[in-house]
Each structure stands twice: as structure tokens, then as C-alpha cells.
Design a protein around this ligand. Structure first.
Ligand SMILES: [Zn+2]
Length: 312
């Protein structure tokens, strides 16, 4: 999701689990300052590296979860965090191997997954993404929910290899499937599956352990999120290591729990809406009260219920 909206939601909800640590306890900054604050976080947040397979690693810092595959054909990186995190990402990549840069794959257009594109492109990475990711990054974008406008990406940050439905890369003795989801979190979402390593990156179609953000301004819907989760469940096996867009590394069993939560909230909100309740009435009924102790530690339940109501 977008880094500004992470801040916004974190502050609005007191959401310690997902709010950047520098946002906790601070007064909300004017919208014009948030970009600078988030880039400051990108510069200061360490990158944690976790080995998932012989040559596949999870990288976690201030933005969305990243992954890297190393090997003689060059490194493949998934997502690029914030522009200011690029030096730390490059350090983390250099610490793994001396393999050259090769491919950067964007899971979707949101800026906490793509702001580092230009810097990684300068470091030698060619950028792959769904065609709509390029389309959206090429122009200023509005985050409807937060009434925010984001600048267009610099030309070096635009994906140069794009696809509509699916693409398979044969790379470093593995094959990687890049597959588009129907609109879910946004209308640009893809997953990346490493066949041999048995690692799946879902992008932001999965927030492991919390209610998700769904970007209704760029095509996201609750039904799309459920369908995307079903699609990811069909790809994953019991032993697949699944990287969510945000949250800890997970398993198929974890993903299934999220799927059950999403469909439960969808069913409750849809029933109230079809009975004639307004959005505010549904929110005030707290239809997720039984789920909030487990899932409500990140994004605000009220915000999530509102999105579900508007997109169901
Ligand atoms: Zn996102």
C-alpha cells in the first residue's frame, strides 16, 4: 500500500503494529510533510535479511516486503521500498553475493513498493511489472481515501518490460511465474512464484495477520481480495513459503486464516448493507468485534469495514 496512507491510517487508528515506528506518538504531520517523513524512515530503517532457499531471501525494511534471488545470471529483486532505502537495499544485496544486477519486479504500483525503482534502475536493474503498474506510475496519482496526490515516478523508475496476464522467467536454475490477479488490492497486482524454491510473493493481496488495506481508488474490492487469496491458495502447497506485502513470512495455513476472515467480514457487512443499513450504521454496529482482538492490531476495523461496505 501507499506509504502515505500507512502513516495516515497508523495515526488515525493508533495502529502500532503497522504504523512506522517513527510515527508512533507523533502528532499527525501536514500531508505535504508526510512524504519527507516516510523517506526519512526509509533512510534509517535497517534491512533484515532472512534466507528462504539456497538462493532466495526475504528482505524487510520500511516499505513493503522485498525478496531477492541470487545467481550467476544476475540478481532478481522483488519490489524496491522507498527511494531513500536504496543504499541499504544495495548493501543488503551486496552482502549476499557478487552477482550482477538483473531484474526488479514490482508487485503493484504503490509507492512503498516502487519508490526505490529509479535508484535500483541506476544500479543496473531492468524493471518488470504489469502494464497498468507502468501506466499508473507514469502520471501523478490520487489516493481517493486519503485525498492525496502522488507525483509521477521519474522515467528511470518506470517498468520497461510489462505484461497483461502472465510471464515466465527462466533464471538462475529456477522458473518464476509472474501472474496478474484480477483487481484485488489494486488493478495492478501480480504474484511471483519461484517453482524450485517454492516461494510465493503475493504483493499486497495479503497482509499477514491484520486487516488489509484495499485501494478502492485504483480498482480494489473485497471480492477481488478474496478471489486473489483463493488464487494464491491454489498456487501454494503446504510447504510453500509465502511472502505477504506486509507482515511476517507465512504459510498456506496462515493465508487460509486470512481468507476466512475476509469472507466472514464480507458476509456480515453485505448482509447489513442489503438490509438497508448505511455505511455509518454498519460501522457503528461493530460487525468485526469478534475478529478485532486477532486482526485489528494494524489497520482500524472501522476503516476496513468502510472499505468493505463501499466495495461489496
Ligand atoms: Zn499496496
Amino acid at each position: 500500500m501507499d506509504r502515505r496512507s500507512i502513516l495516515h491510517i497508523g495515526l488515525a487508528a493508533g495502529a502500532a503494529a503497522l504504523a512506522p515506528r517513527w510515527a508512533i506518538g507523533q502528532a499527525p504531520a501536514p500531508a505535504t510533510d508526510r512524504l519527507g517523513q516516510m523517506r526519512t524512515a526509509g533512510a534509517s530503517t535497517p534491512i533484515k535479511t532472512t534466507k528462504l532457499y539456497d538462493n532466495v531471501y526475504l528482505l524487510q525494511g520500511a516499505g513493503g516486503n522485498m525478496a531477492v534471488q541470487t545467481g550467476p545470471q544476475g540478481k532478481v529483486l522483488i519490489d524496491s521500498s522507498f527511494s531513500t532505502a536504496v543504499p541499504k537495499i544495495r548493501e543488503a544485496l551486496d552482502a549476499l553475493s557478487k552477482d550482477p544486477a538483473d531484474a526488479l519486479i514490482n508487485t503493484h504500483w504503490h509507492i512503498d513498493h516502487t519508490d526505490g525503482n529509479d535508484g535500483m534502475h541506476s544500479a543496473g536493474f531492468r524493471i518488470y511489472a504489469h502494464q497498468k503498474t507502468r501506466d499508473r506510475l507514469a502520471v501523478p496519482a490520487t489516493m481517493k481515501l486519503f485525498n492525496m496526490t502522488l507525483p509521477a515516478a521519474p522515467s528511470g523508475g518506470l517498468p520497461t518490460i510489462t505484461f497483461e496476464n502472465a510471464l515466465r522467467l527462466w533464471h538462475n536454475d529456477d522458473s518464476l511465474d509472474l501472474v496478474h490477479f484480477d483487481p484485488a488490492h489494486t488493478d495492478t497486482d501480480i504474484y511471483i512464484y519461484f517453482h524450485k524454491a517454492d516461494v510465493l510473493h503475493t504483493g499486497d493481496t495479503w497482509f499477514n495477520g491484520t486487516y488489509p488495506f484495499i485501494d478502492e481508488g485504483t480498482g480494489g474490492t473485497i471480492a477481488g481480495m478474496i478471489a486473489a487469496t483463493d488464487k494464491a491458495l491454489s498456487v501454494a502447497g503446504d510447504g510453500t513459503k509465502i511472502i505477504p506485502g506486509h507482515g511476517p513470512l507465512g504459510t498456506k495455513a496462515d493465508l487460509k486464516k486470512s481468507r476466512d476472515m475476509l469472507s466472514s467480514v464480507r458476509d456480515k457487512v453485505a448482509a447489513l448493507k442489503s438490509a438497508g443499513a448505511s455505511e455509518q450504521e454498519v460501522i457503528s454496529k461493530k460487525p468485526t468485534a469478534d475478529l478485532d482482538p486477532v486482526w485489528g492490531k494494524g489497520f482500524s476495523p472501522d476503516m476496513f469495514v468502510g472499505i468493505v461496505y463501499r466495495t461489496v
